[in-house]
Design a protein around this ligand. Structure first.
Ligand code: HEC
Length: 93
């Protein structure tokens, strides 16, 4: 009974927190946040600055390819699907 209530609260919490925080968790678990922050520069540019820089001319596929390529961007361990999700999330900031 208690476990059901707790599980219900967790689900409600996830729904309320929405996709933005799920993506933030994905960015964290993918290691992106070691070099990036959302709104300030670390080793890499802040994600909001990235979104601003690409505004109106964003090419999601090219950005994802650049990040996966390990040539013009430090190598990442995230899957291609995760990188695509993260690029969408970043560009929407
Ligand atoms: C080892 C450090 C490091 C990690 C880890 C890292 N980045 Fe970066 N990232 C950088 C640096 C440095 C730049 C700026 C140079 C460049 O554009 O490649 C950058 C640039 C970017 C850009 C902008 C590229 C452009 O052309 O404007 C995006 C988007 C990005 N990173 C996304 C990610 C995502 C998503 C992850 C996680 C899967 C990630 N990064 C992990 C260091 C890192």
């Amino acid at each position: 009974m208690k476990a059901t209530i707790v599980a219900g609260l967790v689900v409600a919490g996830l729904v309320l927190a929405g996709p933005a925080s799920a993506n933030a968790d994905l960015a964290k678990s993918s290691g992106c946040l070691k070099c990036h922050d959302v709104d300030k520069k670390k080793m890499g540019p802040g994600f909001k600055d990235v979104a601003a820089a690409h505004k109106g001319k964003a090419d999601e596929a090219a950005l994802a390819a650049k990040i996966m390529g390990g040539k013009d961007h430090p190598p990442v361990k995230a899957s291609e699907a995760d990188v695509k999700t993260l690029v969408k999330w970043v560009l929407a900031m």
